[in-house]
Design a protein around this ligand. Structure first.
Ligand SMILES: Cc1cc2nc3c(=O)[nH]c(=O)nc-3n(C[C@H](O)[C@H](O)[C@H](O)COP(=O)(O)O)c2cc1C
Length: 222
């Protein structure tokens, strides 16, 4: 019930939200507290999907300019936000198991995205961007996303472990490509990345490697 009420409120918010990148669009700075309350997704902004597809590419140069709260909210909604009254997401998931957790790494800390409450909840303090990739631009990008699978979502499903990991990879690729198209359509930059220090990330996040698996990373910025 809570989920349904939330999704209805979210959809109403989405219908009334102003498009981004228009004159007068708010560009609220993000306050890095323990919990960051994101804003309702912008369901009508950006370029057309065809223009976003035409503009999509992998970016390896980033300025230090931070994303606004509206941009950050949009990126996370594109990755794994709720877009329907039944609580399902902008990205598909095999068997609707949703094993992928989305973590956002900033200079100030690592946050876990909660699509239901539209919040980022701090999971670790400090700058851990060195663990998020092996290329210099990773530390310049103001935002890095990491996609971590909770393999427990497959418990009791009768799916062999190797296939479950493959399906997690496909889920995460969908999340990441949603972000790539969102950024391409909103004047931002991004790149999907397979390279990161998976061991260090799990250690920093205090996640048991027997249960959790680093799947993908992504840098986002301007
Ligand atoms: C699963 C996956 C992992 C990738 N990992 C990296 C990476 O670690 N570092 C990198 O610079 N590019 C990475 N890329 C980006 C590819 O190099 C890029 O998509 C490819 O060169 C084609 O260029 P384009 O995306 O601009 O069309 C990855 C892409 C995918 C789909």
């Amino acid at each position: 019930m809570k989920k349904l009420l939330y999704a209805a409120a979210l959809l109403m918010g989405a219908c009334t939200a102003q498009p981004q990148k228009q004159a007068g669009t708010p560009a609220t700075p993000v306050e890095m507290s323990e919990q960051i309350q994101l804003v309702a997704p912008d369901s009508v902004g950006g370029t057309s999907i065809n223009e976003a597809l035409a503009a999509r590419r992998s970016w390896r140069e980033y300025s230090a300019e931070k994303l606004s709260l509206e941009e950050l909210s949009g990126v996370l909604w594109a990755a794994a936000g709720i877009n329907r009254a039944d609580g399902k997401l902008t990205a598909p998931s095999a068997l609707a198991l949703y094993p992928i957790r989305v973590y956002a790494l900033f200079e100030e800390g690592i946050y876990l995205y909660d699509a239901q409450t539209m919040t980022l909840d701090r999971a670790a303090e400090g700058d851990h961007r060195t663990a998020a990739g092996r290329q210099p631009f990773v530390e310049q990008a103001p935002l890095n996303l990491i996609y971590i699978a909770d393999l427990q979502a497959y418990d009791g499903k009768g799916i062999p472990a190797e296939q479950a990991v493959n399906l997690c990879g496909m889920d995460a690729a969908g999340y990441a490509e949603n972000v790539n198209l969102y950024t391409a359509g909103h004047g931002l930059r991004s790149i999907t990345r397979g390279s990161a220090d998976a061991e260090a990330l799990l250690r920093i996040l205090q996640l048991d490697p027997a249960r959790y698996r680093f799947i993908l990373a992504q840098s986002v910025g301007k």
